[in-house]
Design a protein around this ligand. Structure first.
Ligand code: XMP
Length: 317
């Protein structure tokens, strides 16, 4: 019978055997998979594991600080890298969704490679790959989405020439969560909704500016905090807000306004491949809409996305 304790003991033994006294570098995303994988590797080899957590300027409000604190609490040897400006520079003027993804992926590789270079004698790259990623061979979450193993080794960044260690590649998400709880990883990481690697950049339709990111962070925070306060967060698989490239007319006092429109999205899903929109209570939606419009300058209208996947996708880009 599979139990998380047996898995943990066996995996730590295997990791010790495999890695020996070598050094490992690993990119963390703040998500469940990379956090659990890093904790297991850390249990096996301690501070021979160096973790890298990058602020790409596209994270949720306060997420960088909160996640970094959680990692420190877990005792991980983690380097936080503020690379916001590098990502904004790479994204400047780009509106096409795939161009934006490429710019973010390439910048992540550059930033990560710079950090990996600073570690003397590193031999391994840790990854949070889980079993469904192995089957699809496309990881949808976290840095593993941008760090793919390549057949063609010439000309690759140095860290891609490293041997790969993936302690979770036999587990499904539920198993990963169980293992994470047994490792006493905080619930704010274990129960976290999936969040795309390109972050808020694919929820801001059109080009990215720091000002747009700031607006969306405020809106998203109100929505997500509202879901938590009303005990709806755990019954939703993934939720977020989208900043539309549309202005609409509104009225405030005696003044006509002409401001941004926000779409809210909340879905249920098992694996992200199909999804249904969540029938959130009208009172909740009304309250959140009011709070967003009252508190976030530049937004005067909120709509709710009632499309399922397929044919819509979870993200708008
Ligand atoms: P879609 O929008 O394709 O999303 O229905 C399915 C799941 O994948 C996430 N997603 C991404 N994750 N890089 C990622 O790491 C990406 O480029 C990306 N695009 C979508 C999405 O948030 C959802 O969980």
């Amino acid at each position: 019978d599979w139990t998380s304790d047996v898995f943990i003991d066996a995996t730590i033994d295997e990791l010790k055997e495999k890695i020996g006294g070598d050094k490992v570098v690993m990119g963390l995303s703040g998500g469940v998979d990379s956090s659990v994988a890093a904790t297991l590797i850390h249990r096996a080899i301690g501070d021979n594991l160096t973790c890298v957590f990058v602020d790409n300027g596209l994270l949720r409000k306060n997420e960088y600080e909160e996640v970094l604190d959680s990692y420190k609490y877990l005792g991980l040897n983690v380097i936080g890298v503020d690379a916001k400006q590098r990502f904004y520079d790479a994204l400047a003027g780009k509106s096409d969704p795939e161009d934006k993804r490429k710019a973010i992926g390439n910048t992540f590789i550059e930033v990560f490679d710079d950090e990996a270079h600073k570690i003397q004698g590193v031999k391994w790259l840790g990854q949070g790959t889980i079993y469904p990623d192995v089957i699809e061979s496309v990881s949808v979450n976290g840095p593993s989405a941008t760090i793919k193993s390549h057949h063609n080794v010439g000309g690759l960044p140095d860290f891609m020439k490293l041997k790969v260690v993936e302690p979770l590649n036999t587990l499904f998400k539920d198993g990963v969560r169980e293992v994470g709880r047994a490792l006493q990883i905080p619930e704010n990481i274990i129960g976290r909704h999936p969040f795309p690697g390109p972050g808020l950049a694919i929820r801001i339709l059109g080009d990215i500016t720091p000002a747009k990111v700031a607006i969306l962070q405020e809106v998203d925070h109100i929505f997500i905090q509202g879901l938590k306060d009303d005990k709806l967060y755990d019954s939703v698989w993934q939720a977020g807000a989208i900043l539309l490239p549309v202005q609409s007319v509104g009225v405030m006092g005696d003044e006509r306004t002409y401001e941004q429109v926000i779409a809210l999205r909340a879905v249920t899903s098992v694996d992200g491949m199909t999804a249904d929109w969540v029938h959130l209570p009208y009172e909740f939606l009304g309250k959140i809409s009011n709070e967003i419009i009252n508190k976030v300058k530049g937004v005067n209208r909120v709509v709710y996305d009632i499309s399922s996947k397929p044919p819509a996708t979870i993200e708008w880009e």
